[in-house]
Design a protein around this ligand. Sequence first.
Ligand code: ADP
Length: 328
Amino acid sequence: MSIVVVGSLNMDLVVSVPRFPVAGETLLGGDYARHPGGKGANQAVAAARAGGAVAMIGRVGADAFGEALVDGLAADGVTTEAVAALSDVPTGVAFISIDPGAQNTIIVAPGANARLSPDDLDPARFDGARVVLLQLEVPLETTLRAAKLGRGAGARVVLNLAPAQPLTAAELADVDLLLVNETEAAELTGIAAAEVARAPERAAAALADLVPAAVLTLGAAGAAWAEAAAYSAAGAGGAPATGLVPGFAVEAVDTTAAGDAFAGALAVRLAHGAPLAEAVRYANAAGALAATRPGAQPSLPTAAELDAFLAERGPSDEPQRPAGDEAT
Ligand code: ADP
């Protein structure tokens, strides 16, 4: 398996509400919808759709939600042998309410995800992995053990620092690449969020002081990257190499899972040995396509869709100008 994802699987239960209830209140909502989710599962599906050979390691409950989640992953070609169903704990669930202004509230009941322990990680599952992709929705000690096993197996260890949590240098010791959004970057570096947005390459460089490489996603603006000098072609020493890869202009309808689409696609290109800036461009395309479609996993693009999109947009990273708009 070239990509191993160690992370969460949740069933998202989504209901629209006329407004959010206050304490003690009972409120009638609309019909509820059930969607597979969890950052781990979303990123596993994103990577599999983007062309990766993906194995997932996680935990669900021995219940209907767990079965549906595992079947869904398998239908997308993800290997699920290491997603065990536990009989004494329910599958993780996210209770999501959405008001008429499209604001949401989310309550996560981690259930079986909280039971994925470091001892559950069989080192043999990491053999041959090119990339190990991690998030922070399972116990931290499990994520850190997965990083160590991934590093030991010679894989590139990518940690998506979501939900944001400040980690120490020791905890980041086995991480090769940190993937963060602006909020997470601010949380980890202590740089003010406004400053991260104003100088994203500088923020990415600050992250690359902590780990060999970092990618900072910037919503519609794309992503900044930084690679510690020892990792870049320039050789050891000196300031990290940095770059900004502009996002693709699209008609965004729902950016849910854009970050997960980005993470999965990035992992696929890195597993193929692509340089970081090139992998980021591919990931920007995945994030942009996901933003044009509603929902989480249903919005994640396939490799064929990504190839067609990139072919249409051309080889340049420069923002596309309409014809006749050239400077004279
Ligand atoms: P998160 O959802 O984790 O906060 P971002 O909002 O930064 O992450 O989005 C992740 C990536 O998805 C961006 O780096 C970009 O490539 C893509 N993306 C997100 N929103 C848009 C958008 N409106 N237009 C184009 N690309 C987008």
